[in-house]
Design a protein around this ligand. Structure first.
Ligand code: PMP
Ligand code: GLN
Length: 380
């Protein structure tokens, strides 16, 4: 059959590719970001209780109300910021659907979307499929600092959306208050929408604070926040997330959302709402992951990989330039096949596959997996 592809240059994602390669070679899989330990038994039980108690039919289009109330409470607690549960919060099928739906709702043909590279892989195809054009700002290892003068030079009358992501996947860096103020200044008095992908909001290390757009009033009124329970509660397979935005933006979002998924898995929403009654379930997350990051980095401190400790997320970037000058995709594949450890090469997220000779390793793993991973990395 003949058809014209809407995404002619897109192939299977690197996450799928590397996870499949890990399986083929029976390698330790630190590539795709997911935990190798179970999700909480208490949470699992709450979801099955929800099923037993009849939460088996369509949830309201915006999502289960108790869950939206739990989210309102969380933003009040953490940021003293209010999102109205009826009008400003929608539960989605993971952050990915929220991101796709936001872009579908607001991007017209030839609208421009500014993204920062390395960029999480779902942003660019979503823009393309909706007829938009991505304008990239390339950040460089090891600090991935933003040159705000460059951003300013790339904003035009066609700029419709700026996508930001702090804590940042894949680099593990976070944005400072200064970055947020720069963004606020550059977007002031414009109609630019900010899509703030905050899926790792609870995973910020070393006593630093997460910079949510909701802390900055002028940013808040133009922003969507996207979030993922898969990342918070160690169950990426459930694909439940949410987004928050001021009422007018959210009303537009829901016009698309209702015909995209309408609503998402109801018992999981009810179970998560009950689980979140104990705020420790998300407030303690950074300690849990910081201990894992430190364990992993201590174990590989004598290896030939160089690193700056991740400031957030559950990913650690390792620089292998002292080991080889191979292209990162080739090196990642060779490590998987020969050394039985899989990672993610960063160049695939960069403009023109720019190669900083760094690989991303996921440390959302049992201590035992991290010890085995370190043994391998120390041999390379
Ligand atoms: N954004 C970023 C930065 C991510 O790392 C991920 C992957 N978890 C997502 C969005 C998508 O989240 P979800 O699995 O909830 O769709
Ligand atoms: N967010 C996950 C990661 O960064 C991957 C999710 C996916 O495979 N699409 O590894």
């Amino acid at each position: 059959m003949n058809f014209k592809s809407k995404l002619p240059n897109i192939s299977t994602t690197i996450f799928t590719e590397m996870s499949a390669l890990a399986k083929t070679h029976n390698a330790l899989n630190l590539s795709q970001g997911f935990p190798d330990y179970p999700s909480s038994q208490k949470l699992n039980n709450l979801v099955s209780t929800a099923m037993d108690n009849g939460y088996n039919q369509y949830a309201p289009m915006a999502g289960n109300l108790e869950l939206r109330l739990a989210i309102t409470k969380k933003y009040n607690l953490l940021y003293k910021s209010t999102y109205h549960p009826d009008k400003e919060i929608t539960i989605t099928a993971g952050a990915t659907q929220a991101i796709f739906t936001i872009i579908s709702a607001f991007i017209h043909k030839n609208d421009e979307v500014i993204i920062f590279k390395p960029a999480y892989d779902c942003y660019e195809p979503a823009v393309q499929i909706n007829g938009g054009i991505t304008i990239a700002v390339q950040l460089s290892a090891p600090n991935y600092q933003v040159d705000w003068a460059e951003v300013a030079s790339k904003i035009s009358s066609k700029t419709r959306v700026i996508i930001i992501n702090t804590p940042h996947n894949p680099s593990g860096t976070i944005w400072s208050k200064g970055d947020m103020l720069q963004l606020q200044k550059l977007t002031a008095n414009t109609d630019i929408i900010v899509l703030s992908d905050e899926v790792y909001e609870h995973v910020v290390f070393d006593n630093q604070e997460h910079q949510s757009v909701c802390l900055y009033p002028d940013l808040k009124q133009r922003s969507f926040i996207t979030a993922s329970f898969g990342k918070i509660f160690h169950n990426t397979g459930w694909k439940i997330g949410y987004c928050c935005a001021p009422e007018a933006l959210m009303a537009e979002f829901r016009k698309v959302h209702q015909f995209n998924v309408f609503s998402v898995h109801h018992p999981s929403q009810k179970g998560i709402a009950d689980y979140m009654k104990d705020a420790a379930t998300f407030l303690e997350l950074h300690n849990f992951f910081q201990r894992k990051r430190d364990l992993f980095l201590n174990l590989i401190s004598e290896s030939r990989f160089k690193f700056q400790p991740a400031q957030g997320t559950y990913f650690q970037v390792l620089d292998y330039s002292e080991i080889t000058d191979e292209y990162d995709v080739d090196f990642a594949k060779r490590l998987t096949a020969e050394f039985k450890i899989a990672s993610i090469p960063l160049s695939v997220f960069n403009t023109n596959n720019h190669d900083d000779k760094v690989l991303r390793f996921c440390f959302a793993k049992t201590d035992e997996t991290l010890v085995r991973a370190a043994e391998i990395l120390n041999m390379i």
